[in-house]
Design a protein around this ligand. Structure first.
Ligand code: CO
Length: 297
């Protein structure tokens, strides 16, 4: 063996020993606790709809005045559109990577999803993946969607009933538009309608994508000889679906589907996150997620 290679072997040996030694001596470098909140929403590019997110953010900041609050939008289409307008927003994954780089140790993620559908589960899975990364967060938790427990159904039903149009007459109906999903949790919309109708038989809950469809609701309204209905979105923001699919002038809009059945419609465009009592349910879920961070007082 030449002298040079002996030296090299020894060097390798010691660097190996040193490496193992370091790895064992410092299994976890202690670092200061840094807690953050990440709010996740589908996103909207409708400026008037944005106020629902702004309202919710104010509620979150009031509940957690000391904690930094970030936003992420899940819709890549909305993000691209906003970026072209000079308003860049992160996806949840980019936002979490950024927080990881900024040495956040504990992150509570709260989405503005209504039900635990495909999007919510995807989000939960990816947040969990960030929690499993070496050298990443000590802990990451995800708060439930609006309708996460049996109790939420009665709370949400009551909150929606609190916001029915004040000018509504006894025989007039109110039709809410939820988003809907092919995920089994879509059943939540019909379940919510059950809770609503126990208190007010003139209130209906349909979805854009799935059952209950607007045709099913139209038939129910015709059967009850309803001639006038208020249309209200049941989504965090009154964005594109509310403005086009609910109240738009297109042939397939809910307003026009009902008009063809002789039902006059008055749309009321407010996002669910604009209401204090609905926003509070999401905030409670965030509080539970923060509690699961197990922070020492
Ligand atoms: Co949609």
């Amino acid at each position: 063996m030449r002298r040079g290679s002996i030296a090299l072997t020894i060097a390798f040996f010691f660097s190996y020993v040193l490496f193992i030694g370091f790895a064992e001596a410092t299994p976890e470098r202690p670092r200061p606790v840094k807690t953050g909140i990440l709010l996740v929403a589908f996103g909207t590019s409708v400026p008037e709809a944005q106020k629902a997110y702004d309202h919710f953010e104010r509620m979150v900041r009031a509940a957690f005045p000391e904690t930094p609050v970030r936003w992420a939008y899940t819709s890549s289409m909305i993000r691209a559109k906003l970026a072209r307008q000079g308003k860049p927003l992160d996806s949840m994954e980019t936002a979490l990577a950024r927080m990881m780089d900024e040495r956040f140790t504990h992150v509570a993620v709260q989405s503005l999803h209504v039900i635990a559908g495909w999007e919510f589960h995807e989000m939960q899975r990816n947040a969990g993946a960030f929690g499993a990364m070496a050298g990443g967060f000590d802990r990451i938790t995800v708060g439930g969607p609006l309708l996460a427990s049996a109790e939420d159904f009665t709370k949400v039903a009551q909150a929606l009933l609190n916001h029915l149009p004040p000018g509504r007459k006894p025989k007039e109906a109110v039709v809410f538009m939820g988003h809907g999903t092919s995920h089994p949790s879509n059943a939540g919309y019909a379940a919510l309608m059950y809770h609503l109708q126990r208190r007010d038989p003139g209130v209906f809950m349909g979805t854009v994508e799935e059952s209950p469809t607007i045709e099913e609701i139209r038939d129910a309204l015709v059967l009850r000889k309803v001639s006038r209905a208020y249309l209200m979105p049941f989504m965090a923001v009154a964005g594109d679906h509310a403005r086009n699919d609910l109240a738009g002038d297109g042939e397939g809009s809910w307003k026009n589907v009902l008009a063809r059945a002789g039902i006059k419609c008055t749309p009321v465009l407010a996002g669910a996150a604009e209401y204090e009592d609905i926003g509070m349910i999401w905030v409670e879920h965030l509080k539970a997620a923060v509690a699961r961070l197990d922070l020492k007082p």
